[in-house]
Design a protein around this ligand. Structure first.
Ligand code: SF4
Ligand code: SF4
Length: 87
C-alpha cells in the first residue's frame, strides 16, 4: 500500500462512510450537517485534489484504515491497489 501513489480511492469509494466518534462530533471541527449525522458520506467532501484537506484532524477511522487486504475496496492487479468498480 502506498497512499502517496494512490488517487485516494478509499476516500472516493461511495459504498463507505466515515463514522465519527463522540469526541469528533463534539469537536466543532466538522461541518454542522456532518456532525449532526455523525458520519461523512463518501466520496468525501473534505477531499480536495485527491488530498485530505483536514489531514491534521481527520477522523480516527481515516487514521486507522488500511486498504491492504480489504476486499470490499480492492482487487489485486499486480501490486497496484485499485477498487473494483463492478462491485
Ligand atoms: S489506504 Fe489504500 S486506497 Fe486509501 S489512499 Fe491509501 S493506498 Fe489508496
Ligand atoms: S476526512 Fe480526509 S482521509 Fe477521511 S475520507 Fe475524507 S478526505 Fe479521506
Amino acid at each position: 500500500m502506498d497512499c502517496a501513489k494512490c488517487d485516494a480511492k478509499c476516500c472516493n469509494y461511495s459504498k463507505f462512510i466515515v463514522r465519527l466518534t463522540d469526541e469528533e462530533v463534539e469537536s466543532g471541527k466538522f461541518d454542522d450537517a456532518i456532525a449532526w449525522q455523525r458520519y461523512i458520506p463518501l466520496p468525501c467532501v473534505y477531499l480536495k485534489n485527491n488530498k485530505c484537506s483536514i489531514y491534521e484532524h481527520r477522523p480516527t477511522v481515516c487514521r486507522e484504515y488500511t486498504c491492504k487486504g480489504d476486499t470490499r475496496l480492492l482487487t489485486n492487479a499486480g501490486d497496484i491497489w485499485c477498487y473494483d468498480s463492478e462491485e
